[in-house]
Write a protein that binds this ligand. Structure first.
Ligand code: GUN
Ligand code: FE
Length: 486
């Protein structure tokens, strides 16, 4: 069956952050999407006169496109379109004990709750039921792209990928590897870990190839789901396992994810497992696991050598402030990462963090940043330039979108609303019933600036970052397609 060419044209407020220091607000914008490629075909400041069909003709250079192939989406008052939120670090099986156990430090929390709950995913029926709830919940929160950890089980983690595929979200999905220092009821031999990882990669890559044909995707095909190589963290993997996983990642050009320098006891444990290595990062580096497209979560307790290696290899950092607060791991220094030019995105780290919302991550990142600033100031540090000022709300939006895209190795394809990029986006509605964001009529400064002006939108966006939740996510688009609406 031939695919019918369909275009979407949005009229309304467009918001994105092409770079960390640039918040772009187009109060009366127009933006077009080609649903057959999933890409944005053009954007403009709408003159109020040009019609959707004229825009499509201009952006495609094809005057044969007819009106019946175009769907017009007019955003209402209080609505805006922005890039989809990106969760660079989350554990799908840990939703089963969300909000529990935050009185324990990392290693005790893993042993008391995490491994037990993850081991339940040996049951495929349980996995399908739980993962269906999880993925729908994550999408309702406006997350268009996530890097998921599954469990050690190949079958359950393939089910996770199947569920994501049926919902239509973009994702990296990882089978977790644990062949050392793990409980008997939840561990694998080195051979099992490596063989199962190969099997998992093969199955996901095959499923995506089949899916691409079904969709008759053209041009440069970027699969919606990719396997991601996932050594849990240094203490749970032998050197042989780490080296084998690196080989697998390089062979198939796959991303890699793990945990790094999250908690002081964990750092000590990791270094005691590899006494020849001088830093936690050097253990991953020695085994070939640090590269562009490697996502290291937490990075709270980084030595200078740790930071140097992350920067030199091009790896990215997933900042997970809710988790770092909840497990009392510490406050990661985002300003330090940014000033080194290291890619930084946000992660929820469910269930170390209790919220599956990247909007929550934005404000938790603000809190972590302010806490650290106050601490440095009270300690008498000399602070200057950007590092002396709190992260602005627009920088938080950047971390949640373009920063995340960079960490996921997708900077050129995702993260902002530019012609040529893939259309992963959300429609935010600040004026829904019971909205946690007050109506614009209650905010005198918004009224003073004039409804719909750039300055008024700036204030509304700041309120979005600090107040909004899933009630404000009206529509979710991935690869040009609507995957959720209220
Ligand atoms: N380190 C190793 N495993 C985990 C995990 O599941 N969550 C967090 N936050 N840290 C980890
Ligand atoms: Fe984690």
């Amino acid at each position: 069956m031939a695919t019918i060419q369909r275009y979407l044209v949005f009229f309304g407020c467009l918001v994105d952050t092409p770079t960390i220091d640039k918040l772009r607000i187009e109060p009366k914008g127009a933006l077009g999407v080609d649903q057959s490629t999933g890409r944005i075909i053009g954007r403009a400041a709408h003159d109020g006169v040009t019609s959707a069909i004229d825009y499509v003709h201009e952006w495609t250079g094809d005057s044969a496109v007819s009106g019946e192939n175009i769907e017009v989406v007019s955003l209402a008052h209080g609505q805006f379109l922005m890039p989809g939120l990106i969760d660079t670090h989350t554990h799908a099986p840990q939703f089963t004990f969300l909000g529990i156990g935050h009185d324990l430090p990392l290693m005790d929390w893993l042993n008391k709750y995490t491994f037990k709950h993850e081991s339940e995913f040996k049951d495929n029926q349980w996995a399908r039921k739980m993962y269906t709830e999880v993925i729908n919940r994550v999408v309702r929160n406006g997350v268009t792209f996530a890097a998921y950890y599954g469990t050690i089980h190949v079958e359950a983690t393939c089910i996770l990928a199947e569920v994501i595929r049926s919902v239509g979200q973009r994702a990296y999905v990882g089978k977790v590897c644990m062949d050392a220092n793990s409980p008997d009821y939840y561990s694998e031999s080195t051979a099992e870990s490596l063989e199962d990882s190969k099997e998992f990669v093969r199955r996901i890559l095959n499923a995506e190839t089949a899916n691409a044909h079904g969709d008759q995707q053209k041009g440069q095909h970027i699969p919606l789901i990719k396997p991601i190589i996932t050594p849990r963290f240094v203490p749970s993997c032998t050197g042989e396992c780490l080296a084998g996983l690196s080989e697998l990642a390089h062979k198939h050009e796959l991303p890699i994810q793990s945990h790094l320098c999250e908690n002081p006891s964990e750092v000590d444990f990791a270094k005691s497992c590899f006494p020849d290595c001088t830093s936690y990062s050097s253990i991953y580096d020695k085994h070939g696991l640090l590269k562009q497209g490697t996502i290291m979560a937490h990075c709270v307790h980084m030595s200078d050598e740790d930071l140097r290696l992350i920067r030199a290899t091009g790896a990215g950092i997933s900042h997970c402030p809710n988790s770092n607060f909840s497990l009392a791991s510490g406050t990661a220094d985002v300003h330090r990462f940014l000033s080194e030019g290291i890619p930084v995105g946000l992660g929820t780290d469910v269930g170390g963090g209790y919220s599956p919302s990247i909007i929550d991550s934005m404000r938790m990142a603000a809190a972590a940043n302010r806490t650290l600033l106050a601490y440095k100031r009270d300690r008498g540090d000399f602070l200057e330039g950007r590092s002396a000022a709190p992260l602005e709300f627009s920088e938080l939006i950047f971390l949640a979108t373009q920063g995340g895209a960079q960490v996921m190795g997708m900077r050129d394809n995702l993260g902002s609303l530019e012609a040529g990029k893939l259309f992963d986006a959300i429609v935010v509605d600040l004026d829904v019933p019971r909205s946690p964001v007050p109506s614009s009529t209650f905010t005198p400064a918004v009224i003073a600036f004039g409804e719909g002006s750039v300055d008024a939108w700036r204030l509304r966006l700041e309120q979005f970052v600090f107040l909004a939740d899933d009630r404000n996510i009206a529509r979710v688009f991935v690869n040009g397609r609507l995957i959720h609406s209220v």
